[in-house]
Design a protein around this ligand. Structure first.
Ligand SMILES: NC(=O)c1ccc[n+]([C@@H]2O[C@H](COP(=O)([O-])OP(=O)(O)OC[C@H]3O[C@@H](n4cnc5c(N)ncnc54)[C@H](O)[C@@H]3O)[C@@H](O)[C@H]2O)c1
Length: 261
């Protein structure tokens, strides 16, 4: 997908999925700014991505951080073409989640995406082709044991995407979301000690593809949504989930056949 000459911000770009998104844009000819609270991880990711990548230490819950980084990245021409709201918090203790933790996680996962859209609007509207991609999740549409905050934040993000798409359309800005299924990530890497085969084995029955997605596969969907090829797509939530959301509780079991046994 070509993104020649575009300036693209990826929040949360310090880890595996965010870096893959940045890579897909850079391969298309873009300059990418990684904004992350993880200064060491973000700087390392940008160094691996090469000269088309830059890193700014940004806490997305702080408007002044976002404004300063946006001004620096936009530079003299005052343009940022694409904002990818990917940073997230997995802070979630289900029923027992404290008010402070609820507000903290929603601040990262939801409120900061809305604030970033507002703060970056002059830059995104500065030239044609502006676009925002919000990261949602399969968790937006199903209940998961012991998780209340993260799924609620992602479900709200699906709706926020529609609201953003409606109100930013007059400025020519398209807004879409991508909902990954299980995708090889830093959390999985850490929890399994890098055992991708084990992760795939647990993911297999949940996905028609029988495995976790590769971060590059999710990044390809993000890249498409941000590209001119998706010029008539706005307000959409696109599943990049290996068929997770296509399956119901029966999964692929032939339960009717069991009635005849
Ligand atoms: N991993 C999966 O299987 C999966 C599935 C569905 C959706 N997703 C979504 O994909 C995205 C990436 O997920 P991941 O598993 O790679 O997450 P991750 O935790 O590895 O990365 C999230 C990044 O956000 C950054 N971040 C957190 N708070 C921040 C703040 N206040 N300011 C700036 N940066 C901040 C973190 O430092 C980190 O680099 C998320 O939006 C997640 O909801 C992931």
């Amino acid at each position: 997908m070509t993104h020649q000459g575009k300036k693209i911000v990826v929040t949360g770009g310090a880890t595996i999925i965010g870096a893959a998104v940045a890579r897909s844009f850079i391969d298309g000819g873009a300059q990418v700014a990684i904004w992350d609270i993880d200064a060491r991880g973000g700087a390392a990711a940008a160094a691996r991505l090469g000269p088309a990548a830059s890193f700014a230490p940004v806490d997305i819950t702080r408007d002044d951080d976002v404004m300063a980084a946006a001004g620096d990245f936009a530079g003299a021409d005052g343009c940022i073409d694409v904002l990818v709201n990917l940073a997230c918090s997995y802070l979630d203790d289900g029923l027992a989640t404290s008010r402070a933790d609820w507000l903290s996680a929603l601040n990262v996962n939801l409120v900061s995406a809305a604030r970033a859209a507002d703060l970056l609007l002059p830059f995104l509207a500065a030239r044609p082709g502006g676009s925002i991609i919000n990261f949602t999740s399969i968790s937006a549409k199903v209940a998961q044991p012991g998780r209340w905050v993260y799924p609620a934040s992602k479900a709200a993000m699906v709706q926020l995407t529609r609201s953003m798409a409606m109100d930013l359309a007059p400025q020519g800005i398209r807004v879409n979301s991508v909902s990954p299924g299980w995708t090889w990530s830093s959390v999985m890497d850490t929890m399994t000690g890098g055992d991708r085969a084990k992760t795939d084995g647990i993911a297999a029955p949940l996905h028609l593809t029988g495995r976790t997605a590769d971060p590059a596969e999710v990044a390809a969907v993000v890249s498409f949504l941000a590209s001119p090829a998706a010029s008539c797509v706005t307000g959409a939530d696109v599943a990049a989930d290996g068929g997770y959301s296509a399956m119901g509780p029966e999964r692929t079991d032939q339960l009717m056949a069991q009635l005849a046994r």
